[in-house]
Design a protein around this ligand. Sequence first.
Ligand code: CA
Length: 232
Amino acid sequence: MPDVYLIEDDAGIRTSVARALEQRHHVVRSSGQGLTALGEIVAVPPDVVVLDLGLPDVDGAAVLRMLRGASSVPVIVATARADEREVIALLDAGADDYVIKPYSGAELEARIRAVLRRGVGGAARSPRLVVAELEIDAATRSVRLAGAPVELSRKEFDLLALLAGRAGEVVTKREILQEVWRQPYGGGDKTVDVHLSWLRRKLGERADAPRFLRTVRGVGVMLVDPSTCAES
Ligand code: CA
């Protein structure tokens, strides 16, 4: 079972959530202090982090940012506030999923399984993908194009890894929103378009002169091997 690190300052919740997860055979470490937790997570990475947003020493959103600077471990945010905009902002900031407090052990367990099934945080099934001169390493979250490193943001990387993992197949924007942003909300097409255009630029191509990233109008986008896909 995956190791869980729980960051929660309420001792009652911390104890009961840890107990519920331990009953489900997880190894659980925990802390009520964001900064203590950060140190322990970086020193010995767990498989997944559950992060309470309301912490006494440092804001949970700041913990998320600091953690993302140091680690790609999957993070499930626990929030008492079911504010859609805030949740979207946290997902954009690198959270992989969220639960609304109070949540049950069973619900958290389901979220943990879903996050790990999606293979986020470098635990992807195939750690290295190669499409022509494009190399994607999920374990180190690094990308090379013709041997040269390409610097991508977290979301750009997730987007590229999703498309490359399904190379030659059209992936719809809805699927992209679900897989990369975990966003069931409508109106997110623009987010996908913007990230696609950033990704294109970093791969040195343009929408009107695509190489790897082919837009299929009204459907979605497909990553192709340009050497076997001569027409453009
Ligand atoms: Ca709290």
